[in-house]
Design a protein around this ligand. Structure first.
Ligand code: SF4
Length: 657
C-alpha cells in the first residue's frame, strides 16, 4: 500500500528499501537550471573534465536575470547559451517564460524525477512528477551523473473535499496549506494531495498549490496523474508523456490534513512571511500603492483570464500601479489571440515580459513606506526591492478586485461581476513552433566555443585550514533567516552573481554592512542563528559567498533543508545546538575553540565547542549521513567529485557516481 511519493522514490533508487529517514540515492531524470545561480555551477562542471551532462534531459532557463541594464547580464546569457550548446543542455531564451511554468508546459513527465537549482521545482508535482529543489553543487553532481542523496521524507496526505466557493481559487487553497503548516511545518516531508476535491482543479491550479508547498519547508509536493493530467498533456502536444500515477488504496501516510474547500474564503499572507495568514476580509480597506500579478505561482492562462474578467470595461485608478506578467510567451500569445490582452491593457495595467522580474526584486520596486499586493509566493522583508514596503501575498482575484478600488478588497464584494469567466483553451497546437525559443544542444559540440565575458569571474574559494581552529562569532541572528538575508537578490545582487569576489562583499549587507570586512579580518568565522536558518530560495551563493569569506561554521537551532546541503557541499560546518537554550549563552564577538573536528566527523554524534570568552563549553549535534561526513572531510563536494571522477576515468569507466 504505497503513496505516490514512495512509488516514485522506489522506482528511482538502488536502495534496497525506502524507509522514512533513510538516506537513499535518487536517480534524477531531468534537471531544471534557472539562470541566476548557475553560472558558477557551469564553471564548476567544466572543472570535472566531462564532455556532456549525463542526465536524460537538462534545460537551462534564462528567466530571472533578463534585464540587460549593463553588459553583465548579456554576457551571462552568451555564456549560458554557448555552454549549454556544448555540453548537451537545452536553453530557453530570455523572454520565453518563467522556468516552472515552461517546464510544466513543455517537459514534465508523470512518475519521473526533476531536480532544479531552484526551490520551487516541486511545481512539477502538479502532473505527478517528483520535483526537488537543490543547491548549485548538487545540480553539478546530477549533471555529472550522480544521484541526489535524499533522506526519505515523511509523507503528509492533504485531503481536498468539496468545491471552492466563487471568487476563491487555488492560491487561497495554497494559503490555507500555509495556515495549517506554517513556514516550518513541511520540513522533512512531502505533501501529497488527494480527495474528491481534486477533480475541481486544473493542472495550472494544482501547480499553484504545489509551488507554494515549498514555503512550508516541504521537500516536495505531488498530485496524482489522472484524466485531468492526461488532457493537459494532450493539449500541450505531449499526450505520450502521460501515465497514470495514484496512491494505492489504503496507502499509509505519516499524517493527514483535510481541507474542506466549501469553507474556504479569500486569504492573504501579511508581511513579512508567507506563513502569516489572515482572511482578506480582516484587512480589507487598507490602501494599496502597487499590485503585481504573475510570478511562477500565478501566471497561468486561467489566472490572467480571471484578472481580465474582473478588470474588463473598468479602469485602474491612477494612484495604483498595476502590472501583469504572463508566465510564458505561449500564454502571452494566446492572451493576444483571444482579446484578453486588449482587455487588460484597456484597464490601464502594464504588461511585463514573461520573466520572474518583480518577484525577486528586479523591477517594480514599490514606493517607500508603501503597500504592494502580489500574487507571488514570497514576501520576505526587502525582497521586493524596497526595504520599508509591506508586501501582501494574494490570489489573482483579490489582486484584480483591489486594483479597481485601490484598497485591499475581498473579491466576493464585486456584486457587479459574474463569477463565471472565459478561460481560453490551453492548446499548444495553436502555435506553429511552441519550442522555437528553446535552443537545442549542438550536433557538433567540439566546434562550440564557450563565450566568457569579463564579468564571469573566478570561482576559486579558500581551502579550509586545520582540524582544530579558533573562531570568532561574527553575527548572531534570530529565527527564519532567509537566503535573501544572506545574499541580496534584486537589481543590486543578481547582476553580480557571476562574480563571487565582488558579490561576497554583499553578504548579510541588509543586516550588518560591516560583516564582509569583519569576516575577512577574522578567518574561520562562525555565524550563530535560531531556527530554520537559510529558508527561502535554493540560492547556492548563500553558501558560496560565505565560503569565499572563509566562514567555517554556522551554529543554529535548526536549518532549512536545501541550505544545510549547500553549506555541507561548500565545506562549511552546519552545527545544531544539542541544547537549544545554549543559543542564549553565546554572543557576537565571542571567541570559540574547535578541537579535532575531522576526528569527530569520522563517526561522533556530538562535539564539544569551547566558548573562551564566556568560559563555558557547549555541545553541538553532528547528525550527518555517511556521505555528508565524507564531503566535509574531503574538502567539499566539488573536490570529492573531482577525485572520484579522476579515479573512474583512470580505471577506464565513465562517471556514474
Ligand atoms: Fe522566479 Fe519568483 Fe518563481 Fe523564483 S519564486 S522562480 S524568482 S517567479
Amino acid at each position: 500500500m504505497k503513496t505516490i511519493a514512495h512509488k516514485i522514490i522506489e522506482s528511482h533508487t538502488t536502495a534496497e528499501s525506502v524507509t522514512k529517514g533513510s538516506d537513499v540515492p535518487l536517480k534524477i531524470d531531468q534537471i531544471l537550471a534557472p539562470d541566476d545561480d548557475v553560472v558558477p555551477s557551469f564553471l564548476q562542471f567544466e572543472t570535472l573534465g566531462l564532455e556532456r551532462v549525463q542526465t536524460e534531459l537538462m534545460v537551462c532557463y534564462i528567466d530571472h536575470n533578463t534585464q540587460q541594464m549593463g553588459p553583465e547580464s548579456a554576457n551571462d546569457h552568451q555564456f549560458l547559451q554557448s555552454f549549454s550548446s556544448k555540453y548537451g543542455i537545452h536553453l530557453s531564451r530570455p523572454g520565453n517564460g518563467i522556468c516552472h511554468q515552461l517546464h510544466l508546459e513543455r517537459f514534465t513527465v508523470p512518475g519521473q524525477t526533476v531536480m532544479g537549482a531552484d526551490s520551487h521545482t516541486p511545481t512539477a508535482g502538479a502532473v505527478g512528477m517528483l520535483g526537488i529543489g537543490a543547491g548549485g553543487l548538487d545540480m553539478v553532481a546530477a549533471m555529472a551523473g550522480y544521484p541526489l542523496y535524499l533522506k526519505v521524507p515523511a509523507t503528509i496526505l492533504i485531503q481536498l473535499t468539496g468545491r471552492l466557493p466563487a471568487w476563491t481559487s487555488a492560491k487561497d487553497t495554497a494559503l490555507e496549506v500555509m495556515r495549517l503548516l506554517g513556514v516550518r511545518g513541511g520540513k522533512g516531508k512531502i505533501l501529497e494531495f488527494d480527495g474528491p476535491g481534486l477533480k475541481t482543479f486544473s493542472i495550472p491550479e494544482r501547480a499553484t498549490i504545489a509551488n507554494m508547498g515549498t514555503e512550508t519547508g516541504a521537500t516536495s509536493s505531488v498530485f496524482p496523474s489522472d484524466d485531468i493530467t492526461r488532457t493537459y498533456l494532450r493539449n500541450q502536444g505531449r499526450a505520450s508523456a502521460w501515465k497514470e500515477i495514484k496512491a494505492d488504496p489504503g496507502a499509509v501516510y505519516d499524517d493527514t490534513l483535510s481541507i474542506d474547500l466549501d469553507r474556504l474564503e479569500p486569504l492573504v499572507a501579511k508581511p513579512f512571511s508567507p506563513g502569516n495568514i489572515e482572511r482578506v476580509s480582516a484587512v480589507e480597506g487598507r490602501k494599496v500603492d502597487q499590485i503585481n500579478i504573475g510570478g511562477c505561482a500565478n501566471s497561468s492562462l486561467r489566472d490572467l483570464a480571471a484578472v481580465a474578467h474582473i478588470l474588463k470595461g473598468k479602469k485602474v485608478p491612477p494612484e495604483v500601479s498595476v502590472s501583469v506578467t504572463p508566465g510564458s510567451r505561449r500564454i502571452y500569445i494566446i492572451l493576444s489571440q483571444t482579446g484578453i490582452l486588449a482587455q487588460l491593457l484597456q484597464s490601464g495595467i502594464r504588461i511585463l515580459e514573461p520573466t520572474c522580474g518583480p518577484c525577486l526584486g528586479l523591477g517594480q520596486a514599490p514606493p517607500s513606506n508603501s503597500v504592494s499586493l502580489r500574487t507571488f509566493n514570497r514576501n520576505f522583508k526587502g525582497r521586493c526591492g524596497t526595504p520599508d514596503a509591506e508586501v501582501f501575498l494574494v490570489s489573482p482575484e483579490t489582486a484584480a478586485a483591489s486594483a479597481l478600488t485601490g484598497t485591499i478588497t475581498d473579491p466576493r464584494n464585486m456584486a457587479d461581476t459574474s463569477p463565471r469567466f472565459f478561460v481560453p483553451k490551453d492548446i499548444v497546437g495553436d502555435l506553429d513552433s511552441p519550442d522555437d525559443m528553446i535552443v537545442s544542444p549542438a550536433d557538433h559540440p567540439a566546434a562550440v566555443k564557450v563565450i566568457k565575458g569579463p564579468n564571469i569571474g573566478s570561482i576559486d574559494v579558500p581551502k579550509t585550514g586545520d582540524t582544530s581552529f579558533h573562531s570568532r562569532v561574527l553575527l548572531k541572528l534570530d529565527d527564519d533567516i532567509t537566503t535573501d538575508d544572506i545574499i541580496v537578490a534584486g537589481t543590486k545582487g543578481v547582476p553580480l552573481r557571476s562574480n563571487v569576489p565582488i558579490l561576497s562583499e554583499l553578504v548579510f549587507e541588509g543586516i550588518d554592512p560591516t560583516f564582509a570586512q569583519r569576516a575577512k579580518q577574522a578567518p574561520n568565522g562562525t555565524i550563530v542563528a535560531g531556527d530554520n536558518y537559510g529558508q527561502g530560495s535554493a540560492r547556492d551563493h548563500a553558501a558560496l559567498c560565505p565560503k569565499y569569506l572563509a566562514i567555517r561554521t554556522v551554529i543554529a537551532k535548526s536549518f532549512a533543508r536545501i541550505h544545510l546541503e549547500n553549506l555541507i557541499n561548500y565545506e562549511i560546518l552546519p552545527l545544531i545546538f544539542s541544547h537549544p537554550e545554549d543559543y542564549l549563552k553565546i554572543d557576537r564577538d565571542d571567541e570559540l575553540q574547535f578541537e579535532n573536528v575531522y576526528n569527530a566527523l569520522e563517526n561522533a554524534r556530538t562535539m564539544k565547542v569551547k566558548n573562551l570568552t564566556k568560559g563555558i563549553t557547549f555541545s553541538v549535534d553532528l547528525g550527518f549521513t555517511a556521505r555528508q561526513r565524507r564531503i566535509l572531510t574531503e574538502g567539499g563536494l566539488l573536490n570529492l567529485m573531482r577525485r572520484e571522477i579522476r579515479q573512474k576515468q583512470s580505471s577506464g569507466c565513465e562517471s556514474k557516481g
